[in-house]
Design a protein around this ligand. Structure first.
Ligand code: DC
Length: 239
């Protein structure tokens, strides 16, 4: 990890990567608030494009069709206190992109190299000035390999599934078919797709700090991440 920022960037890029359900969004939102940076959830961009493919009755396998779709699409992320507001061609789709069909579709569209190139180019523009906490799967490896801070947030799939189950259960109708085991299986499927795809598979950058939260409380994770940031970035770059 480089200790100094590039001359064109006064403030650092903090890259947070890791598998689904590890708590990246919560961590990114916390660090962004702590240091006055923008938090950018790159997964929401893949989700927004997947939603547009669904709405246009397109399959998820045809790379050229999806790239063509992307070239006629505007996706904006508006950082908020707790996460991003997502605008697809000017329409707020923040809630819709979190639904299960879009979640599954996002994982499928994200395997296509040319579509990833389109996403990466946009993400580099969004983070070019620094002062961002960007979370995703390939931020430290591909989008900003020169990020000043790289954290790879991991946890066992059982723990991630259990956390997600407890998070969503209070909002589920009584006849909901969501089960903890079902969520764990779904996470494992997404992990396999994210880790095994040919293009930019999910893996820690060589210079990433790996934070395994399996046996940590949320507060411990937030504290540990804050310390990692302070170890790699000078006070001057944080203000
Ligand atoms: O982080 P998320 O669950 O919102 O991401 C949705 C999907 O997008 C996920 O299946 C992996 C993919 N993704 C990716 O391939 N690269 C990123 N930088 C972010 C997300």
């Amino acid at each position: 990890m480089t200790a100094s920022t590039t001359p064109s960037r006064q403030h650092p890029v903090i890259a947070i990567d890791g598998p689904a359900g590890a708590g990246k969004s919560t961590l990114a939102a916390h660090l962004a608030r702590r240091f006055g940076f923008l938090n950018l959830e790159t997964g929401a961009m893949y989700r927004a494009l997947a939603l547009k493919a669904i709405d246009n009755d397109l399959g998820f396998d045809e790379e050229s069709v999806l790239v063509e779709l992307a070239s006629n699409t505007r996706i904006s992320l508006e950082p908020q206190r707790e996460g991003n507001r997502v605008l697809l061609d000017g329409v707020d789709v923040s809630r819709r992109v979190r639904e299960p069909d879009v979640t599954a579709a996002a994982s499928k569209v994200s395997i296509h190299p040319k579509l990833r190139e389109w996403m990466v180019a946009q993400q580099r523009l969004l983070g070019a000035a620094g002062g961002v906490v960007m979370e995703g799967r390939d931020i430290g490896t591909v989008v900003f390999p020169d990020a000043e801070v790289k954290i790879f947030l991991d946890a066992d799939p059982e723990v991630r599934g259990n956390r997600r189950y407890r998070q969503i259960t209070p909002n589920q109708p009584a006849d909901s078919k969501v089960t903890e085991q079902g969520l764990i299986e779904e996470l494992k499927e997404r992990d396999a797709r994210d880790r095994n795809r040919a293009e930019s598979p999910l893996r820690p950058a060589e210079d990433a700090v790996i934070l395994d939260s399996t046996s940590m409380t949320l507060d411990q994770v937030l504290q540990a991440a804050e310390s990692i940031v302070r170890e790699h970035v000078s006070d001057a770059q944080l203000h």
